[in-house]
Design a protein around this ligand. Sequence first.
Ligand code: PEP
Ligand code: MN
Length: 379
Amino acid sequence: MCERRVWLIQRARPEVRDTRMVVVLREDASAEERQAVSAVLSDAGVAARAVRWAEHDLYIPEAALSSTLQQTLAALAAVERCVAVESPFVLASRELHPEKSLVRVGHAVFGGADPVLIAGPCSVENEAQINEAAEAAAASGAHVLRGGGFKPRTSPYSFQGRGLEGILLLEAAGARVGLPVVTEVMEPALAVVVAEHADMLQVGSRNMQNFPLLRAVGRTGRPVMLKRGFASTLDEWLLAAEYILAEGNAHVVLCERGIRGFDTHTRNVLDLACVPLLARLTHLPVIVDPSHATGHRDLVLPMGVAAIAAGADGLMVEMHPRPDEALSDAEQTIDAATLRALATQAGSVRAALLAAQSQSPEQPEPSLAKTRQPAARLG
Ligand code: PEP
Ligand code: MN
């Protein structure tokens, strides 16, 4: 009896999700023509978000549009096209934007032919340490220097980072060796000031759904590395990216850093399946952080190489001139020699993969719907 009721509830779920119709305006539409679009939407009682994205003005309605309304909108002079998007995320979807996005940070290009390697200490500790780390990173094949000033530590009694002072030291160290820098911002009010001193802003795992922070980093226009929440689904992660994109900032890189599991041998569980999956769902570049994902320096090299084999657009690793002396995350921090080995092996794996792919016949891609599991499965 009970089982049958559950079965009926499951069957009642719509198989196909609500389709959202995105209204794309013509770039040369006049103010009056544009006004006509918002008038039609508001007369129909439809709330829609106006977004400027990828050199186009769009309206993204909050709800599905009736077919009559769609026809009325499509006939308006200002409307270039209406695009049906089935994914809950819109700007991040391949449906709206089929081509892979490239995100440039200094000379590094995320999503391009070569994997991008980000390396540096968990925390900026002092000037000598970050300068030494910067030299080692540049000499070992890194393209971007990392270092935390504002640290999200689980305990309030752990080293909290050197704050803005640390970020200024990171900026100077990057400039000395010719590497762009990425650092974490934790508070919306600090997004602008951190963006003045960093080439890329990091939103950490704990803040992935800090919506005011996502809006604030989006508004800076700086490239953003959005780490996956340690208990977040791919849809939640992509919807978090959507908050940044909806502010008109198209420069978002996703970073898989492991999700919480039950085994205590590793710090997190590295979800490498998300890498090829995200390549189908989104045009945004995806990188992997094997340091926080594993929590063990010995696992950083093999899992970093595995991430490149899975198709990651790059890696972020914690590297310190003397890993055992690191003030935070020492256990997962590699030395410069390991970083060099990782850079070499990641490059070889990418090259081997490209060569092999160019020789194998086209493989049919499974449809997006087939990659989703039902929300709840019996037995
Ligand atoms: C970090 O990169 O320093 C960090 C704190 O990572 P996460 O947010 O993934 O824990
Ligand atoms: Mn760390």
